[in-house]
Ligand binder design. Structure first.
Ligand SMILES: [Zn+2]
Length: 337
């Protein structure tokens, strides 16, 4: 069983891209005594390692889940006290409209729109945040140009083992890494690097620096992928609750066919519930690892996430458990290439 209280804590922790300190603190706390070594690099990634037994088939496997989340940044404060913003990462304006957001310092505001929200499309420049102040001077006592704010999205248990919260993207991935690390007793041949990256939502930047340090033989992104079960703007067969997704398609990286075959075989052998996942929008840290050093073979593990990039996305606890199991079993395998 996994400690879902920790997943709840991770989703509720504030950490917009480039401002991941609070998330980093939670993860470092969890890594104490669990990893052989863990450190924070210059741009804020956490790199933790668990060594294996070694031998001629030893590989360096880098698992990568990102700590950051999407959000907004203040670009102007109007004379009437309203706060104008631009987006940090891919933000759906409609997912924030008429809802609360929270700044890094804890100040809460409500998101309104200059005009019709349908016409605002994905232009966050039309949004404003109302923190209850009616003059610029008053607002500036609490919020300044350049400050960041993030979503508020409490964690709830739904029916059939589904859970809802903000930021399963990608705190759920961080959770999979932590739980898999705690299970890893170093009995396999491989050295496993558990990387908690920064700034994925603004272009997979943290993973670039992490891959340069780890120099992995194998890179695996552990992230979320959009659900297609209910009608939405995307089409495909990813479905929450149908197992952990073995990524076969990622717009940002070509997955190595041998690694993917090995991952599918791993699921079959260990009876891990899985689905064949194709991600038709977005990207992952696999892209950064793939093109690092002299080129790195990459694969992807993903949790299917319904209503992603909203304050109330939905995943399945069973998929989470399958994901932990897959990481644990896969990183213990012997890779011959
Ligand atoms: Zn993500």
């Amino acid at each position: 069983m996994a400690n879902f209280e920790l997943l709840k804590e991770l989703t509720q922790t504030w950490g917009v891209a480039g401002r991941e300190k609070k998330v980093r603190a939670v993860i470092l706390r969890e890594l104490e005594g669990a990893a052989d070594q863990a450190y924070v690099d210059n741009i804020g990634n956490i790199i933790a390692v668990k060594h294996g037994k070694g031998g001629p088939d030893r590989k360096k496997i880098m698992l990568c889940a990102h700590m950051d989340e999407i959000g907004l940044q203040v670009k102007k404060i109007e004379p009437d006290g309203r706060i104008r913003v631009c987006h940090v990462g891919w933000v759906w304006t409609a997912a924030l409209y008429n809802d609360q957001v929270v700044f890094q310092n804890g100040v809460v505001g409500v998101v309104g729109c200059c005009g019709n929200i349908e016409e605002a499309k994905n232009d966050s420049g039309k949004l404003y945040i109302d923190i209850g102040c009616t003059t610029k001077e008053d607002t500036e006592k609490y919020v300044k140009v350049g400050d960041y704010c993030g979503f508020i999205g409490p964690y709830y248990e739904l029916q059939n083992g589904r859970i809802s919260a903000k930021t399963f993207d990608d705190r759920a991935g961080c959770f999979l890494l932590l739980e898999a690390l705690k299970r890893n007793k170093g009995e396999g041949p491989n050295d496993v690097y558990y990387v908690f990256s920064v700034q994925e939502e603004v272009g997979c930047r943290g993973a670039v620096a992490a891959a340069a340090q780890v120099k992995p033989d194998i890179g695996i992104s552990v992230d979320v992928t959009p659900d297609h079960f209910y009608p939405c703007d995307l089409e495909g067969c990813n479905a929450v609750g149908e197992g952990i997704s073995v990524t076969l398609g990622d717009p940002s990286a070509m997955l190595d066919e041998d690694l993917v075959e090995e991952m599918l075989a791993c699921c079959e052998e260990h009876h891990i519930p899985y689905q064949r996942g194709v991600m038709d929008r977005g990207g992952t840290d696999a892209s950064s690892m793939n093109l690092s050093n002299e080129g790195v073979r990459v694969a992807g593990i993903a949790l299917v996430d319904r209503y992603p990039h909203s304050k109330c996305s939905v995943i399945s606890k069973d998929d989470v458990l399958a994901g932990i199991d897959l990481i644990d079993k896969y990183t213990h395998r012997t890779f011959r290439f």
